[in-house]
Design a protein around this ligand. Structure first.
Ligand code: GDP
Length: 298
């Protein structure tokens, strides 16, 4: 295991005990440690650069606190800065002013979209909404059935292609799902879409076509927190392709240090709204910037 970022910062100040204030040299030593620790936590280089330069600036301008030693002072600056970049308080989902709110899920295959559809559906149902799940992932042979099983567990109905319902055409399934939601008075529609193992043009075009057919209020980009450095490239490809309004980090129950959260937020500027923390439908929560900051720091 790597030493934690807090440990490294504390360590880099070991020989500076009794010093009352932060010098530029102290700051530089510590910045080096922070940089290495962030790279170990799988934060992408552009995000590391942006972050360390912010911390350097804050540390230079910091009012010296009598209560904290220099190491603690830097740890506080790093923590505050992490929370701020990760988005401070969590943004709420945007709901449509009239008609059903359409939430489209996008992301690579295996990112956790189908599972998320069930989690989000259950979460919304428990909050008093009447969601409908729409199975527009027709790429994976089992995806439709997987969504039907998950929908049943979540207590949320699923709109899936059946003969005459647009079999084989995910855009038609999305369109007819939305029409069904309107006629059956569902107030939220969650559209599951296909992913591939890597980003490819055909997949992105399909996501764009579905987007244009249902005009989503939210496009949630589901990102596997375990993919580390690749998070940035994947996020950029989806931002430039179908686009997204919010991020859901999945598989945060694994031992990923949370670098993906910092990377995706820095590079795209789009907030993380939810965290997925396991395979069960209840393993799901609003994203908390402060908890993620301590995961990266500790
Ligand atoms: P999709 O291809 O994006 O629809 O991904 P799935 O929803 O099918 O998820 C892929 C695999 O990851 C499945 O085996 C899920 O059970 C699992 N999974 C999804 N979310 C999480 C999570 O938050 N934690 C863990 N440990 N597994 C997850």
């Amino acid at each position: 295991m790597f030493a934690t970022l807090s440990d490294r910062i504390t360590d880099s100040f070991k020989n500076l005990k009794g010093k009352g204030r932060l010098t530029d040299a102290d700051i530089d030593t510590t910045i080096g440690e922070i940089r290495r620790a962030l790279l170990d936590a799988d934060v992408a280089l552009p995000a590391v650069r942006a972050f360390t330069s912010q911390v350097r600036e804050k540390a230079r301008g910091a009012e010296l606190s009598a209560a904290l030693n220099p190491g603690q002072q830097i740890i506080k600056i790093v923590n505050d800065e992490l929370i701020q970049i990760l988005g401070g308080s969590t943004r709420e989902l945007h709901f449509a002013k009239s008609g059903p709110t359409v939430i489209m899920l996008a992301g690579l295959q295996g990112a956790g979209k189908t599972t998320l559809a069930g989690k989000l559906g259950k979460w919304l149902r428990e909050a008093g909404h009447t969601p409908l799940l729409v199975a527009s992932d027709l790429q994976r042979p089992n995806a439709v059935m997987q969504l039907q099983v998950i929908g049943e567990q979540a207590g949320v109905p699923v709109w899936a292609p059946e003969p005459g319902n647009g079999v084989g055409n995910p855009v038609e399934v999305a369109r007819s799902g939305l029409a069904t939601a309107k006629s059956r008075l569902h107030d939220v529609v969650i559209v599951d879409t296909a992913g591939r193992l890597g980003v490819d043009e055909e997949m992105m075009q399909q996501a764009i076509d579905i987007r244009d057919a249902v005009n989503p209020d939210e496009i949630l980009f589901v990102l596997d927190a375990m993919i580390g450095q690749d998070a940035v490239h994947t996020a950029e490809a989806f931002r430039d392709g179908v686009g997204f309004t919010g991020v859901v980090l999945s598989k945060l129950d694994g031992d990923a240090r949370g670098g993906a959260a910092l990377s995706v937020r820095t590079v795209t500027g789009v907030p993380v709204l939810f965290a997925s923390t396991g395979e069960k439908l209840g393993d799901f929560e609003r994203f908390h910037a402060d908890r993620m900051a301590s995961r990266i720091l500790d």
